[in-house]
Design a protein around this ligand. Structure first.
Ligand SMILES: [Zn+2]
Length: 366
């Protein structure tokens, strides 16, 4: 045993003795008990830190989650009644399907690191495989990750779900990643943290992987600090999302309970309805065409004096363009004439039929 361990043991013994003398529970201890103890026995900052560490260490050794709240350091996770707490945020994060489930799992892991362990962005980015102990008790940096009542809000599940997929994601194994995120094989009633996790997560050099727009990992650097700052509030905004998983994740329709004969009958009726709707649509199109012809008949090109001065090529072009556009299309410039501007090969002029405008004032590029 090192001298530091002996020192921690001595601090723990003193805390334990005080608890038993005053009728407090030492293991597990409540945060209030610890605060009371530290107040009664003042000491230097480093001494108080050692006492906290001793209590946390004894809890970790007993498989209890640590009651020691880390010293208040500015972190990216803010207490805000308008934003979801850790469990609520975990509940509403998608856990299956690619890419939403992969991104969701990564973000749930980030929430445990920043919201529960209160790691800063830099600390969260530097969490590596060596920081994780995955035995019957899950620990990150020596702290126990608690098992929640429900699998969807369980912090240990949030970690194991990510570890289960991060290795394949890191190596770009798409087929395996899809399989792990298959919602039809999932059951959100069972704790993921109770199922053994294969060791391939240990290949990931970064655990907080950045994901591209298509949901594939970009290994090399961990998620940026800016991305962490953006992800957390977005994940904490209540959306009411409830994930549907299981063998039958398709939404129920009115056809689900029909027999084969009834299904054929219903399909036949649906076909008839579609045919009737198509016939109505065809009639509407025919009516529109007839209306178009009628309107075309009413539009007569008005001769323009300037047309007489143009060359034969330009005049015929102008006449062709001035003719109302055919019935099958609609003419956006109906009521106007497009004319080629004299001396220009690439500009036309848009002119109302009933008036004259200056050629320079209304030139438009086509
Ligand atoms: Zn769990």
């Amino acid at each position: 045993m090192t001298s530091r361990e002996m020192l921690l043991d001595a601090h723990w013994s003193r805390f334990e003795a005080w608890c038993s003398a005053w009728g407090r529970s030492a293991l597990p201890a409540s945060p209030e008990t610890i605060d009371e103890f530290l107040e009664l026995f003042p000491g230097s900052r480093s001494q108080q830190r050692l006492r906290r560490q001793a209590i946390a260490r004894a809890h970790a050794a007993a498989g209890e989650s640590s009651p020691v709240t880390p010293a208040a350091t500015p972190t990216v996770w803010h207490e805000d009644p308008k934003l979801a707490d850790v469990e609520r945020a975990l509940a509403e994060i998608p856990k299956y399907r690619h890419p939403v489930g992969l991104r969701g799992r990564r973000d749930a892991f980030l929430i445990v690191l920043t919201g529960y362990l209160r790691l800063s962005r830099s600390q969260a980015r530097s969490v590596s495989v060596d920081d994780i102990e995955l035995t019957s008790i899950l620990k990150i940096r020596g702290r126990v990750i608690p098992i929640g009542n429900k699998p969807v809000t369980c912090m240990a599940c949030a970690v194991t779900r990510w570890l289960r997929v991060v290795g394949n994601s890191y190596r770009g194994h798409r087929r395996e990643t899809y399989q792990l995120l298959d919602p039809t094989r999932a059951d959100l009633e069972d704790h993921d943290c109770h199922v053994e996790v294969e060791e391939d997560w240990r290949v990931a050099d970064q655990l907080l992987l950045p994901l591209d727009a298509h949901g594939w990992a970009r290994p090399g650097v961990p998620l940026s600090k800016g991305a962490i700052t953006r992800v957390l509030p977005a994940r904490r905004r209540a959306s009411g999302f409830v994930e549907m998983v299981g063998p039958r994740t398709r939404r129920a329709t009115r056809f689900n309970k029909l027999t084969v004969a009834e299904t054929y009958k219903a399909a036949g009726e649906l076909e008839e309805k579609v045919a009737a709707a198509a016939a109505r649509a065809a009639e509407a199109v025919a009516q529109a065409r007839r209306l178009g012809l009628d309107i075309d008949g009413l539009l007569v090109p008005v001769p323009d004096e300037e047309d007489d001065n143009e060359g034969p090529g330009d005049a015929s072009l102008a006449a062709g363009l001035a003719r109302p556009v055919g019935v099958n299309g609609c003419c956006p410039n109906r009521g106007s004439s497009l004319e080629r501007s004299p001396g220009s090969s690439s500009h036309f002029e848009l002119r109302p039929k009933t008036g004259r405008t200056s050629p320079t004032a209304s030139s438009v590029a086509v």
